[in-house]
Design a protein around this ligand. Structure first.
Ligand code: NDP
Length: 339
């Protein structure tokens, strides 16, 4: 049978926040699977901050999407046709089909999902790449110890919410930072010991009362003004897993003002700080199995809660993506492509 895939392609590289004209809506017939391949219908598409980096051709850890190519992204899909002994029609799989309604993918890149074990959308969030990022970055780099204080921003998102809840399970005091009162209220529901609003204008004051004994682990998701407010509160020997810098993904130039690098390096030296960047793939070989076991159990037992922000319709992907970069999402951002 032949299928036509509706898709979003990169039309031009954005300068600043992505705009509608950076995306092109297109239709293409879907290539039949060859040996070892599977033809898939996309059910859910994950939208993630890293995609902003892929739209740009600045030097990065991964190749950019070429202008004219389909936007990349993780997908939960249904197998329609299989030329692999490992998959059969009707199965649900996690793949990397991108921003389109159908895809043909190599079977070796897919992971079968069991809908009876967990809702399939969790493979894009709490039980997928973002949840793993939180688990690996916090445990391998943050090394949180019972009684220590762990702070994280973008704390209602899939990475930040998992960081806070895992830290709590490890016996830490947790400080969550998010944008706006509704998100702050949700942080309290999740069990953060302190929930702060970075949009209220007095984050430095809020941090002083929320972490009187200082911060031992700051899981860096955003950078910018939040990082500057956190810096003076870091304790000697604090660890900073540098996971993401969402506040500056749309930036077109360096912030105004004096060069802050000497002050930062002075603090790193005086307080024996560890700032360690990471891309989650680094830890897949050593930690992914442990993650699936631990996180799977924590979610089943209700010890880790999660929230998904699902919008119906692939046509809405560009606006939902652009809004997420600015905090418009509330939980893991997912597009329901065909349900
Ligand atoms: P989120 O769903 O949390 O979305 C990003 C959030 O960033 C927004 O919702 C917003 O939350 C916050 N934000 C945006 N601008 C600002 C700002 N100026 N100041 C403070 N906060 C801001 O994203 P994820 O959970 O998917 O990802 C979190 C971070 O982790 C991102 O930086 C991402 O790039 C990174 N990441 C890194 C990986 C790695 O391997 N290193 C892998 C996966 C993710 P709010 O409204 O609360 O401010």
């Amino acid at each position: 049978m032949s299928y036509t895939s509706q898709q979003w392609r990169l039309q031009s590289r954005p300068h600043g926040a992505p705009k509608p004209e950076n995306f092109l809506w297109d239709e293409q017939s879907v290539r039949e699977p060859r040996d070892g391949e599977v033809l898939l219908r996309t059910r859910y598409l994950s939208l993630d901050p890293y995609m902003r980096g892929r739209m740009s051709d600045a030097e990065s850890y991964a190749k950019p999407v070429e202008v004219g190519d389909v936007m990349v992204g993780a997908t939960v899909s249904e197998v329609l046709e299989s030329r692999s002994p490992d998959f059969e029609p009707g199965q649900t799989v996690l793949g990397y089909g991108g921003w389109q309604t159908f895809s043909t993918e190599r079977a070796s890149t897919l992971r079968a999902l069991d809908p009876d074990e967990a809702p399939v959308t969790t493979a894009l969030g709490v039980l997928g790449m973002p949840g793993f990022t939180a688990y690996a970055g916090l445990l391998a780099i943050g090394n949180p110890q019972p009684g220590e204080t762990v702070a994280v921003a973008a704390a209602t998102g899939p990475v930040g919410s998992a960081v806070g809840q895992i830290a709590k399970l490890k016996g830490c005091r947790t400080v969550g930072i998010a944008g706006g009162p509704e998100k702050v209220a949700y942080l309290e529901e999740l069990g953060f010991d302190a929930a702060l609003d970075h949009r209220s204008g007095d984050l430095v004051e809020q941090l002083r009362s929320a972490a009187p004994g200082g911060i031992d682990v700051y899981f860096e998701n955003v950078g910018g003004a939040v990082f500057e407010a956190i810096l003076p509160r870091l304790n000697t020997f604090a660890r900073v897993p540098v996971c993401g810098l969402a506040a500056s993904y749309n930036a077109t130039e360096l912030p105004e003002g004096p060069d802050r690098a000497p002050a930062l390096m002075g603090l790193v030296l005086r307080k024996s700080l560890t700032l360690r960047g990471f891309i989650q793939n680094e830890f897949v070989p050593t930690m992914f199995e442990d993650f699936l076991r631990d996180m799977g159990a924590w979610v089943r037992e209700g010890k880790i809660q999660y929230r998904e922000d699902i919008t119906a319709g692939l046509d809405r992907a560009p606006e939902v993506f652009t809004s997420m970069l600015d905090g418009g999402n509330f939980g893991k951002t997912i597009i329901e492509v065909s349900g």
